[in-house]
Design a protein around this ligand. Structure first.
Ligand code: 3NM
Length: 219
């Protein structure tokens, strides 16, 4: 699904679901379909952590999840793996500070793809902005056990700080976000929330996505 302008990207980032097979208690395709039914607005394939798939099996899963996104007009973004994003003609990539410089990533994937960057400070935000980032992921907002090397949680401070300094780039909060605390992230100035376990480990994936969506859209 092509995102043509900054406002449609802002909308697409509202209920941003991330997962890979290590995050799912059930079949990942089933989890994704249920999350879409609940109203997620964008999906990121992030095949990381203990038991993460590699090679052809990872490729096959990525294709399967991309197809589900295509059928439902949900943008499909790939975490870190630029080669996979190019091979699949994904809608974009999300990169961290330890990945390739954004300028290199942009050259590889082209000007019409989305690049999200994880930023943890004003300095990193400016570098990413100058490099042509389309949106920032800021976290962990709340404590999380999902990312093994996550930094200490820092609340919504950086989101507020970037907005106070006049940055208008789309922002999503990440880390420990759920339906109860999502509203505070939006109120701090984020356009959306990105979550893994609040959806993927929920007793009902569909209901969890719905609840998250309700809290984001009500703010
Ligand atoms: N990135 P959950 S925190 C993938 O701080 C990721 O950049 C983070 O998972 C960051 O919603 C995180 O289960 C994990 O807390 C988010």
């Amino acid at each position: 699904m092509k995102i043509c302008n900054i406002e449609s990207l802002r909308d697409a980032l509202k209920v941003y679901f991330i997962m890979g097979s290590p995050n799912c208690k059930d079949n990942p395709s089933k989890v994704l379909k249920e999350a879409i039914e609940g109203g997620i607005t964008l999906f990121q394939f992030r095949e990381k952590g203990t038991g993460a798939l590699t090679g052809d099996i990872k490729l096959a899963l990525a294709k399967e999840l991309q197809q589900i996104c295509r059928e439902n007009q949900i943008p499909f973004i790939i975490n870190d793996d630029i080669g996979l994003a190019i091979a699949l003609d994904a809608d974009g990539v999300h990169i961290g500070q330890e990945d390739e410089p954004i300028e290199e990533v942009r050259k590889k994937i082209g000007s019409d793809k989305i690049i999200g960057v994880s930023v943890h400070s004003y300095a990193e935000a400016i570098t990413a902005l100058e490099g042509g980032a389309d949106y920032f992921g800021i976290g962990p907002v709340f404590p999380t056990k999902t990312k093994e090397d996550a930094k200490p949680s820092n609340g919504t401070k950086l989101i507020e700080d970037l907005r106070d300094r006049g940055l208008t780039i789309p922002i999503v909060g990440i880390g420990g976000i759920n339906a109860e605390n999502a509203g505070s992230v939006i109120q701090a100035g984020a356009d959306g929330v990105s979550v893994i376990t609040a959806i993927s480990h929920a007793p009902s994936v569909t209901e969890a996505a719905k609840a998250l969506r309700k809290n984001v859209f009500e703010k």
